[in-house]
Design a protein around this ligand. Structure first.
Ligand SMILES: [Zn+2]
Length: 217
């Protein structure tokens, strides 16, 4: 288990993803994706695993916590996109104790050899984190509410670029109407922090969601 008290509720693992020409635009591109180590009193939750070959970056976050791979109790996948789940096979191999979970509607899109992926639904708990169904980016997209720290890990329900919020690219959004409704719901929770999988946190995130919804109507 975690040997030392932990001051930060969520520990980001930031990975750069190279995108070949023709995927997001005519030119090759680079973007960042964040997975998170979330230490709880009774386990260590890994939220998303990132693209392939993120093992060293994950270890660099576990080490200062006094935790190892075998302390990871749960792997929660916010959704099935490859920048979030591409490294699942190797990470699951490294973390033999972890129960792997994802939203039921995304399960068929996630591949993992030799280990079951357990479905998650609204109101389920992973340790003391509460599962919120926030579909739209993908059908089974999940967010995780940490009531004790008044924060939500929002996955790709919304992201930040240069201090402003934005929806993900339309080409990677399964249902834009659902995506808006999920975002309205996240703002209504009125938690103190929204933690994005793409981009840094912003001040007053709930007001920023309001601004995004008004400006993208
Ligand atoms: Zn995504």
């Amino acid at each position: 288990m975690v040997a030392h008290p932990v001051s930060e509720a969520v520990q980001p693992i930031i990975t750069q993803v190279e995108v070949p020409a023709g995927m997001l635009g005519p030119d090759p591109a680079t973007f960042e994706v964040r997975s998170f180590v979330v230490p709880r009193p009774d386990g260590v939750v890994l939220v998303d695993v990132g693209p392939p070959s993120t093992g060293k970056e994950i270890e660099a976050v576990l080490d200062p916590l006094g935790a190892t791979w075998s302390d990871i109790s749960d792997i929660v996948l916010t959704h099935a996109h490859l920048d979030h789940v591409g490294g699942l096979g190797e990470v699951a191999d490294q973390a033999p104790r972890a129960v792997v979970r994802a939203g039921a509607a995304d399960l068929s899109e996630i591949r993992l050899e030799g280990r079951a992926i357990e479905p998650l639904a609204e109101g389920d708990r992973v340790r003391d984190l509460v599962v919120l169904e926030t579909p739209g980016h993908t059908p089974g997209h999940l967010s995780l509410l940490d009531e004790a720290n008044s924060l939500v890990l929002v996955g790709d329900a919304v992201g930040s670029v240069g201090g402003a919020l934005s929806f993900g690219p339309a080409a990677f959004t399964s249902d834009p109407v659902q995506a808006r409704a999920s975002l309205e719901r996240l703002a209504r929770l009125a938690v103190g922090r929204l933690v994005f999988s793409h981009g840094a946190e912003v001040d007053d995130p709930n007001a920023a969601i309001g601004h995004l919804l008004r400006s993208s109507g």
